[in-house]
Design a protein around this ligand. Structure first.
Ligand code: FE2
Ligand code: FE2
Length: 563
């Protein structure tokens, strides 16, 4: 366990007991991210050991918490089948979970079970659970325990770190092209990027550098906050409804199912998609609706207007379905993406047996997956890309060579990622990180420093801050992974890069990809700091520096691709 978390453990447990006091949960566990892909228990009460000690991102509670910032509850083992197993393991049958977010990353969650006196969790518990999660998150403010150490804001309470706003000059800085070229070449003749900053001493020598940096980051964050990103879709589209119709037809294949209905309140003006074995009589429709209304009322949820569409895959049938044929009616919430108010209702003509129940649970999962898949991934991708481009504006338009450099590095890095056969989501991150890799420069003294002949050591240090400033600027918009890739794009394989002198595999793969493309594009560009060099000479230099400056494997594949 992280030592800082260990120190906080008594305090964490104290806050966790608020779940008993405020929500009357008889069991609660606090899971925190361990920085290597798992969430481990750091405090719990009531479970008496009957709970997993650590979970990964595939755990249904972690997965669900990662999809939205609000708490959620599940009452009953069969209400949402994907939670049944974990509830069953802990001999519990009601669950309320609250995600804990820090700097945009899911860093933990509170897993509460079984409200006292057999009561159900309800909507009134959600804000209470979120408040408790916020109290936990507040205990970590200013600490770097979740692998987010790269955000190096100075402590705002320290008067030494406060810089009058008037001293902040908001202007961008040169691209890595200039950055790579202009710094005096270090002792190694092979070096093609600047020697790393001499860490602590240089910082003090640079005088106001540290407070200035924090002010820049605050500025950058404020600017980033002004970029309005369209929210993730909250309303279903016709695409999702088409996917739903397919699954409804599959559910109708279960022998004892007479009618299946998918209700989406507030989506597309309110829709109810139904599939039935035969025409449904008005009286049966009213009966089904009343069942759904009772179910909603019990859960404290409200319905709304819906437009009904009934499909009859087997034709109208010989006789219409009557309410007397609806022996059992089940309703379950459908949890897909960030969508709310979706319900599946199934009417059986005979009491369903265990196998039927299992089949239905599998179909419900299939329905959820079908909806999520159908949400147009490409439109989400282009949203992020638009956000990345917004980050480059407007300052980069004043410096077209910087914009051109970023575009070239991005398309080169995207090609390399494809050539390396990376999965689509990673290719997208490579492309976006490369597009914004020098965005931190827009906040630095670009006008003054670009192509300055006698650049000082302090100014070199300032230039190098573009990695940290850039990462802090983009993290709230493009997420942790892209921000970290930007932070590390001047790290070198041999550990002599900046800002953190990471070495080898410590450097994110995306950063290693960008680094080689950045150097190549800087050297081959005619707009760069010196006349473009012949391609063969650049490739020879990249080959020669594989294993020192560059990841040798990536450098070799790059050369293969470009040749
Ligand atoms: Fe750079
Ligand atoms: Fe660059």
């Amino acid at each position: 366990m992280n030592p800082e978390v260990k120190d906080l453990q008594p305090k964490l447990k104290e806050v966790l007991y608020d779940c008993a006091v405020e929500i009357r949960a008889t069991k609660a566990a606090l899971f925190l991210y361990d920085s290597v892909g798992r969430y481990e228990i750091v405090a719990e009460y009531g479970f008496k050991g009957a709970i997993r000690q650590s979970v990964d991102q595939k755990d249904p509670v972690v997965d669900r918490c990662g999809r939205g910032r609000s708490a959620f509850f599940v009452n009953g083992l069969s209400a949402e089948p994907r939670f049944s197993e974990i509830m069953y393991e802990s001999a519990s049958d009601r669950l309320l979970a609250a995600p804990i977010y820090n700097r945009g990353q899911l860093v933990g969650l509170i897993d509460m079970r079984d409200k006292a006196q057999k009561q159900l969790f309800d909507n009134a518990d959600i804000p209470k659970a979120q408040k408790i999660a916020e109290r936990i998150a507040a205990l970590f403010a200013g600490k770097n325990v979740f692998g987010q150490r790269f955000i190096s804001l100075s402590h705002p309470d320290d008067p030494q770190n406060v810089v009058p706003r008037s001293t902040i000059q908001a202007a961008p800085l040169p691209s890595a092209a200039a950055d790579v070229a202009r710094v005096p070449v270090s002792s190694s003749p092979k070096t093609t990027s600047p020697a790393p900053a001499a860490p602590a001493k240089a910082a003090t020598e640079a005088g106001s550098r540290v407070p200035r940096l924090s002010a820049l980051i605050i500025d950058g964050r404020a600017a980033a906050n002004r970029i309005v990103l369209p929210p993730s879709p909250e309303s279903l589209t016709e695409n999702e409804l088409a996917a739903v119709r397919d699954v409804l037809r599959s559910i109708l294949l279960i022998p004892s199912v007479a009618v299946v209905s998918f209700t989406a309140f507030g989506h597309l003006g309110g829709v109810q998609e139904m599939a039935a074995k035969a025409v449904i009589s008005e009286e049966a429709l009213a009966f089904l609706q009343s069942k759904v209304n009772v179910w909603l009322a019990k859960r404290g949820e409200s319905g709304g207007h819906t437009r009904r569409n009934v499909q009859l895959p087997n034709g109208p049938g010989t006789a219409s379905i009557q309410s007397t044929q609806m022996v059992k009616v089940f309703t379950a919430p459908v949890t897909a993406g960030a969508f709310r108010s979706l319900y599946l209702t199934v009417a059986f003509s005979a009491n369903p047996d265990r196998v039927t129940h299992e089949l239905l649970a599998a179909m419900l999962t299939q329905l959820q997956v079908a909806i999520e898949r159908s949400v147009d991934r490409t439109s989400l991708q282009s949203l992020r890309e638009r956000a990345a481009i917004a980050l480059l504006e407007p300052d980069f338009t004043k410096y077209p060579e910087l914009r051109t450099h970023c575009d070239r590095v991005s398309s080169r890095a995207e090609s390399l990622a494809r050539y390396l056969e990376m999965p689509p989501s990673e290719i997208e991150n490579v492309k976006l990180a490369a597009l914004v890799h020098d965005v931190g420069m827009r906040l630095l003294d670009y006008d003054r420093l670009y192509r300055k002949p006698d650049i000082s050591l302090d100014e070199i240090h300032l230039l190098r801050e573009h990695t940290t400033v850039g990462a802090a600027l983009i993290e709230p918009i493009l997420g942790h992974e892209v921000a970290r890739a930007v932070l590390c794009h001047h790290e070198r394989w041999d550990g002599t890069g900046y800002p953190n002198e990471l070495a080898g595999g410590e450097i994110p793969r995306i950063s290693r990809i960008i680094h080689v493309c950045d150097v190549y594009e800087s050297m081959i560009s005619t707009e760069s700091y010196k006349p473009a060099q012949p391609r063969a000479a650049i490739l020879a230099m990249i080959a020669e520096n594989g294993g020192t400056q560059f990841d040798a494997a990536i450098a070799n594949r790059f050369i293969e691709m470009v040749r």
